[in-house]
Write a protein that binds this ligand. Structure first.
Ligand code: URP
Ligand code: ZN
Ligand code: ZN
Length: 462
């Protein structure tokens, strides 16, 4: 059935105007100031007066059903994408992680099995390459042909996911030939390993030492090294979950001084939380044990300014939930055994609106740009996704900028026994969400069926 959205304020990365949107089937048929003359009989009329009409959010960094550190992330593709949709995210890109010694095709097949028939949002994959050699290189053209046009590597997690600089350099050169983008977890894995062993040897086992074992300078160093490798290979990199000024400084320098493009992503937790979370009593700090860890208020300010000035193009979530009880407590006596990651897939737009737009740190257009348009552009989905324009998929968020609420694990849709943002006050929330023209969220109720989500075959990067 067609849908006629009228009276709302349409917000794209470049424009803000009161206008109307006509949805026909799964796509946007028209956008204009008065579409009454072309609305088909029987169309559902949606009064969006007082609401923002924005492109559905795209979260390019999620870990659903991820086997990691002796357990699995607690959301699967059904629960995780329902939570995403409730927060205004209509597409995700998850990481299909190669097991060491196995092929990337096996990893991709596994992730297709995890997602198909379960996801409610559309979904794509990055392949995380943990073991690179000639055999894996020969698989990559086929992977790109399947629409998996980005690969991820870890410069941390020594002994499990980490690859070395030589492998990374060779992979960058392969990616260049294929038009694939390399995402990088930038932290100095060798130093983390040394510091972790040192602290544990001194009997320092609490979550605070996770933070101390992951210094910002080590993240900055790895970011700098990744940029150097990227310059030598003549191919850009995309730095994931950037947490600190040390890293941003290198991205800024590369862009301004060396005229070499580096894409950067940060996440809400690095924008609104500070390192005092690790000083909470007892084992509570484990809720925020993630890599990189939460940094300082000065880092928060630097990241906001990085977004405002275009050095950070994407805000994703790195949603990687583990229950506090039964999962995080695997590391009760040893911080190195606390599964790394935290929930946040539902909170991204709401936090960015409340603490970014309303506090004057970013504009409404930048809000849309970093949550939808840039992710679509950078990862080969634009203009099918990431904008409100004729011919684009009708992934639309009707965002109520006045709605007040408070984040709590009780009213979150994720499958995790805590929220990383418990007690955060919000102003602004999705009132309705359409995915390819179908209601996913309407009047606060989840409407979408399990398995509605489709695999996103993405274009190679230009
Ligand atoms: O701590 C985190 N970030 N867990 C998820 C895996 C990763 O490094 O992205
Ligand atoms: Zn990472
Ligand atoms: Zn991650």
């Amino acid at each position: 059935m067609a849908k006629y959205i009228r009276g709302g304020k349409i917000i794209t990365a470049s424009d803000t105007f009161i206008g109307e949107v006509l949805v026909n089937g799964s796509q946007i048929a028209a956008v204009g100031s008065d579409l009454r003359g072309i609305v088909p009989a029987g169309a559902e009329e949606i009064d969006a007066t007082g609401l923002y009409v924005m492109p559905g959010g795209i979260d390019v960094h999620t870990h659903l059903d991820l086997p990691f550190m002796g357990t699995s992330s607690s959301d699967d593709f059904e629960t995780g994408t329902i939570a995403a949709a409730c927060g205004g995210t209509t597409s995700i890109i998850d990481f299909a992680i190669q097991e060491k010694g196995r092929t990337v095709t096996e990893a991709l097949n596994k992730w297709h099995e995890k997602a198909a028939g379960k996801a409610v949002t559309d979904y794509g994959f990055h392949v995380a390459i943990t073991d690179f050699n000639d055999k894996i290189a020969s698989e990559l053209p086929g992977v790109v042909r399947q629409g998996v046009t980005s690969f991820k590597c870890f410069m941390a997690y020594k002994g499990s996911l980490m690859i070395d600089d030589g492998q990374l350099f060779k992979l960058l050169s392969e990616a260049r030939k294929l038009g694939a983008l390399i995402s990088l977890h930038c932290e100095n894995g060798e130093i983390i390993d040394v510091l972790t062993k040192k602290f544990l040897g001194e009997g320092k086992t609490s979550p605070l030492y996770h933070e101390l074992a992951h210094p910002a300078i080590g993240e900055g160093e790895a970011t700098h090294r990744s940029i150097a490798l990227s310059r030598m290979a003549g191919h850009p990199v995309y730095v994931v979950h950037m947490s600190c000024e040390e890293s941003l400084k290198h991205v800024r320098e590369s862009t301004l001084k060396n005229n070499h493009k580096v894409f950067a992503e940060t996440c809400p937790q690095y924008l609104v939380l500070d390192r005092s979370v690790y000083e909470k009593p007892g084992f509570e700090g484990a809720k925020w044990v993630m890599s990189p860890p939460i940094r300082t208020r000065q880092d928060q300010e630097a990241l906001w300014s990085g977004i405002r000035n275009g050095f950070i193009q994407v805000v994703a979530t790195d949603h990687c939930p583990f229950n506090f009880s039964g999962q995080k407590d695997m590391g009760k006596d040893c911080f190195a055994k606390i599964p790394n990651g935290a929930p946040g897939i539902e909170d991204r737009l709401n936090i960015l609106h409340t603490y970014g737009v309303l506090e004057g740190k970013i504009s409404l257009n930048q809000f849309v740009e970093v949550t939808a348009t840039n992710p679509a552009r950078i990862f080969g989905m634009y203009p099918k996704k990431g904008t409100i324009a004729p011919g684009s998929d009708a992934d639309i968020v009707l965002f109520d900028p006045t709605k007040e609420s408070m984040i709590s694990s009780k009213n979150s849709h994720h499958r995790c026994d805590y929220s990383a943002f418990e007690g955060f006050r919000l102003k602004g929330k999705p009132a309705g969400v359409l995915i390819r023209g179908a209601w996913a969220l309407k009047d606060g109720d989840v409407k979408i069926k399990r398995g509605f989500g489709q695999f996103l075959k993405r274009d190679a990067i230009k």
